[in-house]
Design a binder for this molecule. Structure first.
Ligand code: ADP
Ligand code: ASP
Ligand code: MG
Length: 426
């Protein structure tokens, strides 16, 4: 007997019929002899709907009240799943974030988990009850509801898995695993048998939204084995215990899997895209020590994450243009801050652009393999795709391009790095 955490995302929970199918999957997992805890998302589209209500009520809404509203979608699905499981004859009960409790720090709308009390959960699971936990929500130090950032149910699931010592955390979604790139963009994307924490962390952070970045970081820190798999399955589908999805594992387990399946080591593991960033250009910034500090210090103070940065070749008269990206959601705030600091920074004009995309290639193989970036630039140039900015890490190269060229760029690179599935794979 093992303990398994099962998490179901928004499309898996969209409507009572889908919830019934989820209940069946859960019941089968329990019948295989396991103790199970289930984490659920709100129904697909529900959180967006709730966010819009907040915007309409008050454009500069208070994050604590925002959390009261947006956390409610998960409360509905948790209750519905417990009801449905009981209708199937299972013992089940819901545990809301404040009831467990899942304690978070006070940073409303993007709270980090501080600690988890699982005593009640352990007792109920040991007694054969299925625990159903709404994802995404916790309770702050001051006793108010918090949420953990969009996609946060993944993090709830991993945190519960770590706290109850689960053997595996299964993330059920609308695709049957992690692919070499978003399978909705590239039909020839290939499903990965396994991927390392390090690579998954990088892929998630550059836009592969199949897992929330923070959930991967937590899984890596706590050593939680994660499997991504589909909830859109028939009764005769391969059981989750036989690992039909993609495993997220440490380097040594990856090596074992590679050997067992005769898999070759790839230089590039996956490609991701992100259309949620915006570009800001400040023109004619004084080209002298301290100038960039004047730009980025106030943005950092306002917790605005700056990603790619380029300082153009100095113009005449000791001036330079500075280009960088921020999350699109933060663009109005960033712009307001920079305008208020115009005299301190001393720039001439501020130009913003929402229509950009970041394309990233990721792979641990890059650590020991030169030329990945050069191949990327050449492949894009051959298709006439212009690169506006570049950033790199040890296992990633990212470029900023025009948003309209996103799909083309991802496809071109997928082929260029030899990632396309062959016809036999299909
Ligand atoms: P859920 O609602 O279950 O949390 P998400 O929409 O958050 O699901 O994540 C699943 C989606 O992630 C898929 O439908 C797919 O379009 C997208 N995705 C992006 N990159 C990848 C990738 N490399 N592999 C698999 N899915 C990906
Ligand atoms: N419902 C939340 C969202 O849409 C959390 C989640 O689904 O993971 O972001
Ligand atoms: Mg998700």
């Amino acid at each position: 007997m093992a303990r398994i955490v099962m998490k179901f995302g928004g499309t898996s929970m969209a409507g009572t019929e889908r919830v019934r199918r989820v209940a069946n999957i859960v019941r089968r997992q329990q019948a295989a002899g396991h103790e199970v805890a289930v984490v659920v998302s709100a129904m697909a589209g529900e959180t967006d709907r709730l966010v819009n209500f907040c915007r309409e009520a008050n454009p500069v809404f208070d994050p604590a009240e925002y959390d009261v509203v947006v956390s409610s979608g998960e409360q509905v699905t948790a209750g519905l799943l417990a009801l449905t499981l009981r209708a199937l004859g299972c013992e089940a009960r819901s545990w809301l974030g404040w009831q467990l409790p899942i304690r978070t720090f006070d940073s409303y709308s993007n709270a980090k988990i501080d600690s988890l009390d699982v005593e009640g959960l352990n007792a109920s699971m040991a007694a054969g009850e299925i625990a159903v936990i709404p994802g995404f929500q916790g309770v702050s130090e001051e006793g108010r509801v918090t949420t953990m950032g969009r996609g946060g149910s993944d993090t709830t699931a991993v945190a519960i898995a770590a706290a109850i010592g689960a053997q595996r955390c299964d993330i059920y979604t609308d695709v049957d695993g992690v692919y070499t790139t978003d399978p909705r963009i590239v039909a020839k994307a290939r499903k990965l048998k396994a991927v390392t924490y390090e690579e998954m962390l990088e892929l998630a952070s550059v836009g592969a939204k199949v897992l929330q970045t923070r959930s991967v970081g937590l899984a890596m820190k706590e050593g939680v084995r994660v499997q991504v798999l589909s909830s859109f399955i028939d009764d005769d589908a391969t059981p989750a215990d036989e690992l039909p999805g993609t495993l997220i594992v440490d380097d040594s387990e990856m090596e074992e899997i590679r050997k067992a399946h005769g898999m070759e080591r790839q230089v590039v593991t996956g490609i991701a895209h992100d259309k949620n960033e915006a570009k800001i250009i400040l023109t004619r910034v004084p080209d002298k020590p301290g100038a960039v500090a004047h730009i980025f210090a106030p943005l950092a103070e306002a917790s605005i994450n700056v990603d790619m940065i380029i300082q153009n070749v100095g113009r005449d008269k000791g001036e330079t243009d500075v280009t960088f990206t921020v999350p699109q959601n933060d663009l109005p705030r960033a712009q307001a801050i920079l305008e208020s600091k115009r005299d301190d920074i001393g720039y001439n004009r501020i130009i913003t652009d929402n229509r950009i995309a970041k394309i990233s290639v990721v792979g641990v193989g890059m650590k020991s393999h030169a030329g990945v970036a050069a191949d990327m630039f050449r492949s894009l140039a051959e298709r006439g795709i212009n690169i506006q900015a570049i950033s790199t890490s040890e296992i990633k190269v990212s470029v900023m391009i025009d948003e309209d060229e996103t799909e083309l760029a991802v496809r071109v690179l997928h082929t260029a790095y030899g990632l396309d599935a062959s016809d036999e794979d299909a």
